[in-house]
Ligand binder design. Structure first.
Ligand code: HEC
Length: 127
């Protein structure tokens, strides 16, 4: 559900507001929304790079799960998940593929191998 929400928002913003490289990318908007969700203690989400050449170096994989997810997505997987415990509480970690879904993505990111740009990493509390 969250993945559909975020991806539709990014595509819609790009479609309606982004025509050139100087425009504010939807990724920046997504990051603001991710931060609001994190500050509200709802869930964590991060948009990260799988190309090896990110627009912003902040967006490279850092955790073991993120690194493993990048490898899996690069090798063709569309979704990866694991259950883990943080401070004794169960969480779901999930990673979904972010392809260059429209022409505009390429204006800024350039053509990439297998059309892959990134992955969104989610961390959600579960019961
Ligand atoms: C107007 C230029 C622009 C367009 C169009 C654009 N992006 Fe980006 N994208 C950026 C910039 C700049 C960043 C870095 C944002 C940041 O972290 O502050 C970024 C970050 C990303 C990242 C995180 C990895 C990285 O490279 O830093 C992904 C994945 C991504 N964009 C996917 C997409 C997709 C998919 C589309 C098309 C729906 C798209 N972008 C369209 C400029 C753009």
């Amino acid at each position: 559900m969250l993945d559909t929400l975020y991806k539709n928002a990014v595509v819609s913003i790009t479609k309606n507001y982004v025509n050139q490289q100087a425009d504010v990318p939807a990724a920046a908007v997504a990051k603001d929304v991710f931060k609001a969700m994190k500050d509200g203690h709802y869930h964590n989400a991060r948009l990260i790079d799988v190309t090896g050449r990110p627009k912003n170096k902040e967006n490279i994989a850092r955790t073991d799960f993120e690194k493993a997810a990048v490898e899996a997505i690069r090798s063709g997987k569309e979704y990866v998940e694991e259950i883990a415990f943080v401070d004794g509480r169960p969480i779901l970690r999930a990673a979904t593929v972010v392809p260059a879904v429209m022409e505009q993505c390429i204006i800024c990111h350039g053509k990439r191998e297998k059309n892959l740009l990134g992955t969104i990493i989610y961390e959600l509390p579960i019961k």
